[in-house]
Design a protein around this ligand. Sequence first.
Ligand code: MOS
Length: 701
Amino acid sequence: MSKVIGTSVNRHEGRAKVTGTATYGAEHQISELVYGYLIVATIANGRIKKMELKEAQDSDGVLAIFTHENMPAFPKANEGTSFHIGEPRLPLADDRIHYGGQIIGLVVADTLERACHAASLVKVEYEIETPTIDRQQASFQKSPRDASFEQGNVADALVTAPVKISATYTTPRQLHAMMEPHPIIAQWHDRNSLTVCEPTQWLFLQQRTYATLFGIPVEQVRVISPYIGGGFGAKAWPWPHAILCIAAAREINRPLKVVVSRQQMAAIVGHRSPTEQTIELGASQSGQLIAIAHAAKSYTSPVNPKYVENCIGVTPTMYAAPNLCVEQEIAVVNVGMPTFMRAPGENPGMYALESAMDELAWALQIDPIELRLKNATTEHQRKKLPFSSKHFAECLKLGAEQFRWCDRPMQTKAISRDDKLVGWGMAAATFPAIRMGASATVRLLLDGTAQVLTAANDMGTGSYTVVAIAAAETLDLPVYKIKVEIGDSRFPNGGLAGGSMMTASLAPAVVNACQLLLQEVNAKNATEAVIALRESGRPFLEMTASSQPGEEGKQWAFQSWGAHFCEVEVDELLGRVQVKRWISVMDVGRAMNAKAAASQIRGGVIMGIGEALMEECLHDLNLGLPVIKDLATYHIPVNADIPRIEVSFVGKPDLNFNPLGVRGCGEIAITGVSAAIANAVYHATGKRIRNLPITADKLLL
Ligand code: MOS
């Protein structure tokens, strides 16, 4: 019987955060620290002809200036496969400019202000080439990450299907816009031993990447990341500013801090690629799907022509059709690197698919929930494997009941309130369940408390608390008696906080370590173990254990499911959309912490509302520079934009997936949100907006 798992547990680190004692990446106090400020390109394509540094070098407090002309070489930059960097081109590699805002130099000074001032004195002469920014001018190629797939004959099936829809949807470039920017402090102890304080979603990858790049043993690199002020995927890999900071710190032999400014972040630490997706659906008169075609396009940067926003991965998991094909193309434009951003691919993919399903429901004149129930697939059509656990129908039914969906009139412009049109919309949510190997050390002390040590991280998602819950449950201790230390690469590998996999990977490892510890002294719980410990005369008991996936993925496909329901009010005169009501029902396996899991879902819904109604990073088409590049111009929701968000869970553990039956819930919530809103806007107004965000200009046309 579980006592702690599944209850609502307050954040373990909540007090530290609200009292300001939680130390974030830029806040670590290091003596003799000096400061770096990045110089970035003001053109989007071409090369540097000349950099005039004299005035900057002579400026007060300046210690060094790094450019492509004096950039230290990387000993092992091109060797090995044990590293992954966000932008494969190493910083200051040559005089080429591939995109606006690219790093072209670093000024180091004794204070941040002096570094910043000196950077403004550097004069750069460029040889300018015309950048390709306009997506209409980009040329597309088949995606190198071949996710394309076909079953049956879609072209023929679409010709004969009695009811058809075909539509193209676009999503804009989006920024992660997390609260904490990208800071790093690099400290060399000698040329072979490095400590890095940097927020990272994957300590072990960061540690191994830096070791490889700088040609030193892995154990000589320590990465410290106890608190992260949001990541959303943009802190999954090392970026050029961090590599440059570490290289510069070694050259000047001083601890060095570099913080990417909010404006610089728009170019150099990743974004979500824009997408263009065409979906064609063919169905029988009764609403049975006969054909699904999903063709997606995304964009990448010249510095890595292979990055794909894989919109089509989810399509074979959602609805069964004997004829189904998905394909993806990419084109290179002169922008910085796109990267993972909360539900990369799945999120824009579900916007298109779930909008198209709504369009089909209207064409068939049947209820959109009925259409989904009728066509939900029981197997992963690409993997040809059954889903280990799928309670999608329950999500739809429970959500419909809570929302009172049965009262929805099946016409547009049917409800109004206070001179505004009211519409109801729904959409499905989905995200694959993934886990990787993870390890944890558990230590039981004489005072009856326990410590868990693991190189996991918490970007606001609740990892501290989930680790404490897993240990409290297994040791039979109250949760406050568990001290959790994470975010230090000296602890065992805690895994990646990405792909919604940290809880699913780490919690079973914590349970294993606790069980081993109890077995060691033949105890049923911590109380018995402490007695044995006292008798043994040892100061503490300690055990390290791991957990990793086995062969279960050969038998099952693992996936989470959900449904969103919302009500919008549209002011027809102002073209303003307000979300008034929200209900989400999720099937994510077991929810370890009811409170944090619901918060995760709410966070995803809020981010989705931002995507649906406001978020868009635009570039100047001539200059190629981002014109939306700060939190004043990149609009994200504030409290006034967000209604009460009701979240519930189906709660069935997925025990085929891992021993706790937990699948994780970091990403699923954002999927389907923008479709639910677009569908509600259609219900309210009769206008189908196929280009996000749904702004006033589009509604007033
Ligand atoms: Mo997430 S986009 O897998 O950090």
